[in-house]
Design a protein around this ligand. Structure first.
Ligand code: ADP
Length: 624
């Protein structure tokens, strides 16, 4: 490649999604222009961490004695801004690959979301997505990057772009390792060439960056390992600032946990529960983890092996002396030190939540509404904390208005004298579950039923099996033990079909429905509805069946049991028809219609056309 820069200058086009992102950044995210500074500092800090790793592992690098720091230079008169780091730098290939595409999956998701909704989500979400280097185009029209990679033998390069679809790269003569980024600020953002503005922004977003940030000759950040201080040396506002820094959040955390342990394993940790859940709890937390330090030296910012999956919403730092500095990602994964820390953190976090659930219910409920869906999945992990987690579960209940949650312990205090089982019913949402005819008996007898409306519940609840020696039973299933005593000499009861009539009607039901159902039986749970479908003892919970269908899993459709209500007028009418002529077409039609209505309520009716045709025929006869 020729040394002469103009000759070797090459032009490249941005990837399509990047052009889109740029447009968005400049036109929609301008409400937080100071974000550019956080992004540039965070990139510089990453680059410095990478070079420090090379140093620790004794690899050869350019400029081995250079101070690890970030320098910002401002020229207020000319509205100039530049930021330089002595980090790893970039090769020509890095410049093309890393600065020409949107690598961050979160950012892409953010873009898709905006395209789908046609608007930018609330301001405070921007922080979670890391708009990256390109946020710089909020405050300037043209950027120059000069960089040289730390590999001995690497050359210097200049990258230039006005953010309008393309960039150029040329080789330059650069002695120093690392990267400098410079630009002239747009008029409306010229305040970023002023000391006080830059300093206060750094205080706000980047105060805890691990390397000194110098403005001119002055250090602008704290560079303080906050977690190493003792509890009483930690001030509330510092904790909040630190949380905002580690979690990239704009709001204060819901709560925190400060640990300092010495013994079999030595570590300090400062952990936080965020105030809000990300847009998609399962997807957005996937590549997040705690920040891991070894004796104050940063190792990685997404240490996933320090928390079980169901606690991945927790943000913060862990600093341990028990890991070697040059430990690689692969090694941390299998390190017994990490496993020990994980066990301790898990127990401590659960203890903290337990404490909230007793002493700060408001806080606990906020936590649960945000992260409960993920936390619950902990029931299925075998870490010895299962019982504690089950105690912390909360559910909607027929005993409480919509939106209020109860625990299994609450439920038990309200159980009826002779009640031996904990009852639940699952479904898509509260309103739908409330209409389920299987609830009628429980409502009439004032027996509480837990309403499982969270899709995760269907995976969690069956595995609880029993609580406090009381089995958890879905009232959708046929094997619940319903007490008959309540029904004693009810007037309706006296009005019920007698056994012979009932049995005769049941056999017509069976004959008509054939192998559509597993069985037809008399119901104890119905009050106002003529029939209902329940699942056999070994069948899948209907909600689970629905979930599996949604997830495209093969479900072998299980036949259900149709229960009939011998007190209901419609059933009695059918019995009368049956006594007259068991082959009466209206009787047969009505039986099919009742069965399909129950299927409809279950969300399993596959042929609505036939259903409607038959309904029309029945109405025609009724109105004759
Ligand atoms: P992100 O930081 O989320 O990956 P950015 O757009 O901010 O996205 O940066 C893209 C990539 O460019 C970085 O991942 C890094 O590889 C590279 N990069 C950016 N700034 C620097 C820097 N100061 N030094 C070295 N590499 C950098």
């Amino acid at each position: 490649m020729a040394k002469n820069s103009t000759k070797s200058k090459k032009t490249y086009k941005f990837k399509a999604e990047l052009t889109q992102l740029l447009h968005l950044i400049v036109h929609s995210l301008y409400t937080h222009p100071e974000v550019f500074l956080r992004e540039l500092i965070s990139n510089a800090s990453d680059a410095l961490n990478k070079v420090r790793f090379l140093q620790i592992t004794n690899q050869e690098i350019t400029d081995p004695d250079a101070d690890l720091k970030i320098s910002i230079n401002l020229d207020t008169k000319k509205q100039l801004f530049s930021i330089e780091d002595s980090g790893i730098g970039m090769t020509e290939e890095d410049l093309i690959k890393n600065i020409g595409t949107v690598a961050n999956s979160g950012t892409l998701k953010f873009l898709e979301e905006i395209q789908k909704n046609g608007k930018v989500p609330e301001g405070d979400l921007i922080g979670q997505f890391g708009v990256g280097f390109y946020s710089v185009f909020m405050v300037t029209d043209e950027v120059v990057i000069e960089t040289r990679h730390a590999n001995p033998g690497s050359k210097g390069y200049r990258w230039t772009s006005n953010g309008q679809g393309s960039f150029t790269i040329e080789e330059i003569d650069r002695k120093k390792r690392g990267t400098s980024i410079s630009f002239r600020l747009k008029d409306e953002h010229k305040d970023f060439s002023e000391d006080y503005r830059v300093k206060s922004t750094i205080k706000k977003y980047s105060n805890f960056v691990d390397f000194p940030i110098e403005i001119g000759k002055e250090k602008a950040n704290t560079v303080d390992a906050l977690w190493r201080r003792s509890k009483d040396e930690l001030k509330e506002d510092e904790l909040i600032e630190f949380y905002k820094f580690v979690a990239n959040d704009f709001e204060a955390p819901l709560g925190h946990l400060h640990l300092s342990l010495e013994g079999a394993v030595n570590f300090k940790a400062l952990l936080f529960v965020p105030p809000k859940a990300p847009m998609n709890l399962f997807y957005d937390l996937e590549d997040k983890g705690l920040h891991l330090y070894s004796n104050r030296i940063f190792i990685q910012d997404d240490a996933k092996d320090l928390l079980p999956e169901y606690l991945t919403f927790v943000r913060g730092v862990v600093d341990t002396e028990d890991l070697p500095l040059n430990i690689s990602r692969e090694v941390t994964q299998h390190s017994p030190v990490m496993a020990k820390i994980k066990t301790i953190l898990t127990t401590r976090i659960i203890n903290m939540l337990e404490d909230w659930s007793k002493n700060d219910i408001g806080k606990f409920e906020k936590f649960y509404k945000n992260f409960g869906m993920l936390f619950k999945t902990g029931v299925n992990s075998n870490f010895g904390n299962r019982d504690k987690i089950i105690k912390l579960l909360r559910f909607e209940s027929t005993a409480k208005p919509k939106g209020e949650l109860v625990s299994l312990d609450d439920y038990i205090t309200r159980m009826k004298k002779k009640q031996r089982e904990i009852y639940y019913l699952s479904g898509e949402d509260r309103d739908i579950v409330e209409r389920n005819p299987n609830l009628e008996y429980f409502r009439k007898n004032d027996i509480e039923v837990l309403l499982m409306t969270d899709p995760v519940d269907v995976f969690v609840t069956p595995s609880i099996n029993e609580y406090d020696k009381k089995p958890l039973k879905s009232i959708d299933k046929a094997d619940i033990t319903l007490d008959d005593e309540k029904k004693d000499k009810d007037s309706e009861e006296a009005d019920s079909l007698n056994e012979t009539m009932t049995n005769s009607l049941i056999s017509v039901f069976k004959e008509t429905l054939g192998d559509k159902v597993e069985d037809v039986t008399v119901s104890k749970r119905l009050v106002n509805s003529p029939v209902t479908l329940v699942v056999g003892k070994d069948g899948l919970d209907p909600q689970m069946e629905r979930m599996m269908k949604i997830m495209n899993q093969e479900v072998i459709p299980r036949k259900k049991i149709l229960e009939i209500n011998p007190v209901h007028h419609l059933i009695k009418n059918l019995s009368r028809l049956n006594i007259g002529d068991s082959k009466d077409p209206l009787l047969r039609k009505s039986i099919l219609q009742l069965y399909e209505s129950a299927m409809l309520i279950d969300g399993n009716l596959t042929n609505p056309t036939e259903f409607v045709q038959r309904l029309n025929e029945i109405m025609e006869e009724a109105t004759k």
